[in-house]
Design a protein around this ligand. Sequence first.
Ligand code: PHE
Length: 453
Amino acid sequence: MTQTKKSIHGEWSSRLAFILAATGSAVGLGNIWKFPYIAGENGGGAFVIVYLLCILLIGLPIMMAETLIGRRGRQSPINTMSDLADEANADPKWHYVGWLGVISGFLILSYYSVVAGWGIAYVFKAFLGSFSDADGTAIKNTFSDLMSSPLQQIFWHSIFMLVTMLVVSRGVAGGLEKAVRFLMPGLFVILMLLVAYAMTTGSYQQGINFLFNPDFSKITGQAVLTAMGHAFFTLSLGIGAIMVYGSYLPNSISITRTSILIAGADTAVALLAGIAIFPIVFANNLEVAAGPGLIFQTLPIAFGNMTGGWLFGILFFVLLVFAALSSSISLIEPAVAWLVENKEVDRKKACVWAGLATWVVGLGTVFSFNVWSDFKIFDRSIFDLLDYLTANLLLPIGGFCVAVFAGWIMRPEDSEHELRSSKPIYYQVWWFLVRYVSPAAVFLVFLNVVGVL
Ligand code: PHE
């Protein structure tokens, strides 16, 4: 028999509320900050194609799996996994998947908050007119100045963590739901404006070619791993974020349709960001492989030189920070929901604990851009290591487990009950993907990276 439960943390007020919140979680620094710079570092077109394939064949099915698992369990990922394992007569150890997610979310947020802090710093720089008429070199120096100052970065990182904790402490349906309603459309409009500016740079075609003309000789095993890892990162998969949001999803809503919408919007934002950025890179002889500073060294040039650039600059960075906020909330929510359920602390205290711990770990990222820049573990700075460990390893491992759980452990009648597709073929396609294609793809990419394949 399939039964349904209710969450103690509340429920989304409508389908739109869930779509907005999940899109808010998905769309964030991953789309606007990370996607362009890793596409730049990995040679453009071919990388983008691999990334799109990963979204379609791995990301989307796993997103549906996470949502349906969350909705069925109606608790924090850890308790949900243990209940559903119980329901399927499976090993209770499956709840470690939930733990894995809590840890990954915590580690991601530690550096995510630092980068979001750079975004807040840029809101003020835009406001003070630091970009007006500036050329590529001046803009580059502005960014290096920020990187070399631990104090400034700690300051902005602290502000971002504080705001995150404040919003999360208010619970699901409060501030969060309302905020995303305006953010997403606003972000879209500004990105379109930037794309329009990119068309005037004279290097639009070159930017487009870089982004969409595949040169498969540039694809290495590591590049494929990065593309796959990013598919998980950008869709907020493998950490229980979508699972926890799914646990607040009313039963009447179609998981298939909402997942397609969310993944589509997420991909569109990433591609738009790339289309806006690369023409500026080429027009100003900047480096495509500039790394994490890419958007901070390119977009300000556009704002400094376009009409109305002062205002658009401020708006853009404000929206970027809000997009980051709607993601950071979901990074910490699995941990908070678990603390509330298991440690009998109230939501506020849970936020303070989780937030403080994240803040401390974030200092490692701040220092990796200055005082500890020479400190390397496995040849990587602390920031690089955290990013690699989470996006390229922990998220795919978490996602792999979710796929295996949904495809092999859960009873098909239960997953079918949750998906309730209007046409049986949709369910069958999903089931095939989640049972065979997604886990096999993740596994093969891993084998390739460790050199077995
Ligand atoms: N998807 C978010 C982004 O692209 C980051 C994120 C990852 C959020 C994992 C939640 C969970 O910025």
